[in-house]
Design a protein around this ligand. Structure first.
Ligand SMILES: C[S@@+](CC[C@H](N)C(=O)[O-])C[C@H]1O[C@@H](n2cnc3c(N)ncnc32)[C@H](O)[C@@H]1O
Length: 168
C-alpha cells in the first residue's frame, strides 16, 4: 500500500465529479497535490509527532497519505467529501486514517501535535484556537496565507508549493 494506490482511488472519485473544487458549507474546496504532500511528509522528522490532523480535509488526500506514516485525522464540514475519504481508507485498509464530519471551529485542534492546513481563508481563527502552551507544529501548504503570531520554524519547497512549519 502506498501513494500510487491512494492516487488511483482519488482519481476514481474525481472521475465522478464535474470539477475538482467547489464551495462547501464552511469554505472553498480545492485539492493539494498528492505527490507534493507525500514528498513534504517524507522530508519531515515525523518521529517527533504522535498525531496528524488536516484542518479542512477535503477529499481526505493529506490524511490518507499521512496515515501511511502515523495516526491521521481529517476534519471536514462537507459530508460527501468526508465520505469519499472514509470510503478510500476502508477500501485500502488504511486503519490509521480517521475522519470527523464537523466544523473545525468546534473541534479541539490542540489535541493534535501536527496540524496540516491548505488554507482557504486567513489563519487568524485557527491561531486563536491554539492554547498558549500548545506544543505542536502547524504545517501550512502553500504560501498565500501565513499564521499570525506563530514562530516560523522552517520552509520546505514541495514541488511547486512553498510550505511552512510554525510553532507557538
Ligand atoms: C483548500 S481545501 C483543502 C483540502 C485538503 N486539505 C487538501 O489538502 O486537499 C480547504 C477545505 O477546508 C474545508 N473547511 C474550511 N473551513 C472549515 C471549517 N471551519 N470546518 C471544516 N472544514 C472547513 C473546506 O470545506 C475545504 O474542503
Amino acid at each position: 500500500m502506498g501513494l500510487a494506490d491512494i492516487q488511483a482511488a482519488l482519481d476514481e472519485f474525481h472521475a465522478s465529479l464535474d470539477e475538482p473544487y467547489r464551495m462547501t458549507p464552511a469554505g472553498m474546496w480545492a485539492c493539494s497535490q498528492s505527490e507534493e504532500v507525500y514528498d513534504l511528509l517524507r522530508r519531515m522528522d515525523l518521529g517527533r509527532y504522535r498525531s496528524f490532523a488536516d484542518v479542512g480535509s477535503g477529499d481526505g488526500r493529506a490524511v490518507l497519505i499521512a496515515s501511511l506514516f502515523m495516526p491521521a485525522t481529517g476534519i471536514e464540514a462537507d459530508p460527501a467529501l468526508v465520505e469519499a475519504g472514509r470510503s478510500i481508507a476502508r477500501r485500502l485498509g488504511l486503519n490509521q486514517a480517521n475522519f470527523l464530519c464537523d466544523d473545525c471551529r468546534r473541534v479541539d485542534l490542540a489535541a493534535y501535535d501536527l496540524l496540516f492546513i491548505y488554507p482557504d481563508k486567513p489563519l487568524d481563527w485557527l491561531v486563536a484556537r491554539l492554547p498558549e502552551d500548545w506544543a505542536g507544529n502547524l504545517l501550512v501548504y502553500g504560501a498565500y496565507f501565513q499564521p499570525p503570531e506563530l514562530a516560523h520554524i522552517d520552509t520546505i519547497q514541495a514541488g511547486h508549493s512553498k510550505c511552512t512549519l510554525w510553532e507557538r
